[in-house]
Design a protein around this ligand. Structure first.
Ligand code: DC
Length: 225
C-alpha cells in the first residue's frame, strides 16, 4: 500500500504526542512531531543568530534560510522525533512566538512535508490537517479542558483534584498555557483549527479510552484490520 498520512491536531497539553505515538505503534506507522521542529528552530535562531521573534525578521530571510539549510539534518531529526524532547522542554513559549511569523512557517514547511518520503506516519501539531497535509487520509482534532491540561502538566494524577488548581504553581501554569493557546489560535497564519472534515475527540480522563476511540475511527476510515 502507498504512503498513508493521519493527522492529529490540538492545543498544547491535549495529549496529542502520546496519542500519536500509541496510534502509530498500533498501525506500524512513524510519528511526525511538528512541535519539536518549531522548538528546535526557535533554539537555533536564538542561540546561533540571536534573533528575537518580531515582524522585522522578514528582512533577515536569507540568513534564516541559510541557518535552516545548514542544520537540515537536525531539523529532520526533530521532525522524526530523533532528538531528546527533554532538551527542548522549555522552548514551547518561544516556539509559539516564532511560529506566528509567516517567514518561519514558510521555512519549516518542507522539513515537515519531506520528513518521511515513503513510510506512513501520524503527524501531530496545530496545522497538520489544515495546512501541512490537507490531503491526509484521516484527520483528528483533540480537545481537552484547560484546567485538566494544567493539572496534567503538574503531574497531578487525579484530574478532578480541584484543590490542586488553587496552588500558585497551577495558576502560573494556567496563565502560561492560556497565553500560548491564545497566540496559537488567533494568529493570522495557520492557526490551530479543526479541519472541516476532522473527527473531534475529547481527551479528558482516560487516554486509553481516547486512543481506542481513535483507533476504531482510523481503522474504519482506512479499511484496516
Ligand atoms: O506541540 P508543541 O507544544 O511542541 O509546539 C510548540 C509550539 O510550536 C506551539 O505552541 C506552536 C508551535 N507549533 C505550530 O505553530 N505549529 C505546529 N504544527 C506545531 C507547533
Amino acid at each position: 500500500m502507498s504512503q498513508i498520512i493521519v493527522t492529529i491536531d490540538g492545543l498544547s497539553g491535549t495529549g496529542k504526542s502520546s496519542i500519536a505515538t500509541k496510534l502509530a505503534n498500533k498501525l506500524g506507522f512513524r510519528v511526525l512531531h511538528s512541535g519539536l521542529v518549531y522548538r528546535a528552530f526557535a533554539k537555533l535562531l536564538l542561540e546561533e543568530l540571536q534573533c528575537i521573534p518580531s515582524k522585522g525578521l522578514e528582512t533577515r530571510k536569507d540568513e534564516l534560510v541559510y541557518i535552516a539549510n545548514l542544520n537540515r539534518d537536525f531539523l529532520y531529526k526533530a521532525a522524526r522525533g530523533e532528538l531528546n524532547p527533554e532538551d527542548f522542554r522549555d522552548w514551547g513559549q518561544k516556539a509559539s512566538e516564532f511560529a506566528q511569523l509567516p517567514i518561519i512557517r514558510e521555512i519549516l514547511l518542507p522539513f515537515q512535508r519531506e520528513a518521511y518520503t515513503k513510510e506512513s506516519f501520524v503527524a501531530e501539531g496545530r496545522d497538520m490537517g489544515t495546512v501541512v497535509f490537507p490531503d491526509a487520509h484521516a484527520k483528528i482534532f483533540i480537545e481537552t479542558a484547560l484546567t485538566i491540561r494544567v493539572l496534567r502538566r503538574l503531574n497531578v494524577s487525579n484530574p478532578l483534584d480541584l484543590k490542586a488548581l488553587e496552588h500558585p504553581k497551577s495558576l502560573l501554569e494556567l496563565m502560561s498555557l492560556a497565553k500560548r493557546d491564545l497566540r496559537d489560535t488567533i494568529r493570522n497564519v495557520a492557526p490551530c483549527r479543526k479541519a472541516t472534515e476532522a473527527f473531534v475527540v475529547i481527551n479528558h480522563l482516560n487516554i486509553e479510552v481516547t486512543v481506542k476511540c481513535i483507533i476504531d475511527y482510523v481503522s474504519n476510515r482506512l479499511n484496516l484490520f
